[in-house]
Design a protein around this ligand. Structure first.
Ligand code: THG
Length: 267
């Protein structure tokens, strides 16, 4: 399971404040802790007004890079901000995201191709999120035709089926699972990812919802996720799901984590 650490996101109050105050220590600490916890990428989302976003993203990138040696996942809907940010990164980043939206295909996909990035492809277009799995797969087919035409191999594409909250649609997780299974079947080289915590917005006991969704999504083929890598119980759930799904040869990771105390009661 590849983990995209979610915590450097300007839609979070504390992070928004750190960005506004240029509080580098706070951001550096958040970056270092997520890297230590085993993240493959760190999501970086300034979450600010489009006028400020490029400056804020650059500041975040330059603040984070000296303290971690993992690549970033540049999270923005704004092609201009991504164009500028991509010049500031030291390691090839993941781009979050493209979709069936013509603006993103026109202005973001060429960057992905030129810089050999991994890219998250959302199963939506023109900001509309389709209700059914079939409609989402239709969009994924269209996006993959475009990524292939741009010379981006399927293995660099991470499809996000979009996890919407179960609070307003009881079928939303099931639709996400169906979408994942269909994508995997049709495009076996493509990776799957998801913004995990969306699934539980507005519900109580969110950690339990997130964890169970994650384990079931892994059965549907999920091999990466945007989540809080500092959530110890979530890490334990991932290790256990990998073990149970036969994705942990000789139970090596599970046993190693157990020896390191990953499943011990908190003291
Ligand atoms: N797909 C893709 N990218 C995404 C998302 C997605 N990027 C943004 C988002 N969704 C995933 N990232 C986060 C980051 C932080 C939080 C949730 C999702 C988070 N939320 C607190 C909460 O839910 O209670 C907010 C409170 C706070 O800390 O202020 O921490 O779906 N491709």
């Amino acid at each position: 399971m590849q983990i995209i650490g979610e915590k450097i996101n300007g839609t979070r109050k504390r992070v928004a404040q750190a960005i506004a105050d240029r509080d580098a220590d706070f951001i550096k600490n958040l970056a270092a802790k997520q890297a230590e916890a085993g993240s493959t990428w760190l999501d970086v989302n300034a979450g600010t007004h489009p006028d400020r976003e490029p400056d804020d993203l650059i500041w975040l990138i330059e603040t984070i890079q000296p303290v971690v040696d993992i690549p970033l996942c540049l999270d923005s809907a704004n092609p201009k901000a991504l164009q500028i940010a991509i010049k500031a990164v030291e390691k090839t980043p993941m781009i979050n995201s493209i979709s069936g939206e013509p603006d993103r295909l026109e202005n973001v996909l060429p960057l992905v191709a030129e810089h050999n990035c991994q890219v998250i492809a959302l199963a939506m277009d023109d900001k509309k999120i389709p209700e059914t799995g079939e409609q989402r797969i239709e969009i994924v087919r269209k996006v993959l035709a475009e990524t292939r035409a741009a010379g981006v191999p399927d293995a660099r594409v991470y499809c996000d089926p979009l996890a919407m909250t179960i609070a307003t649609n009881p079928n939303s997780a099931v639709v996400a699972f169906q979408t994942m299974q269909a994508i995997k079947q049709e495009f076996p080289e493509v990776h799957l990812t998801v913004g995990l915590s969306n699934i539980s917005f507005g519900l109580p006991a969110r950690k339990y919802v997130n964890r169970t969704f994650l384990a079931l999504a892994m059965q549907a083929g999920l091999d990466s996720a945007i989540l809080d890598p500092l959530d110890r119980d979530m890490r334990a759930a991932i290790l256990t799901a990998e073990l149970v799904l036969g994705r942990d040869d000789y139970c090596l990771n599970f046993v190693r984590a157990a020896r390191a105390g990953a499943f011990d009661e908190k003291v």
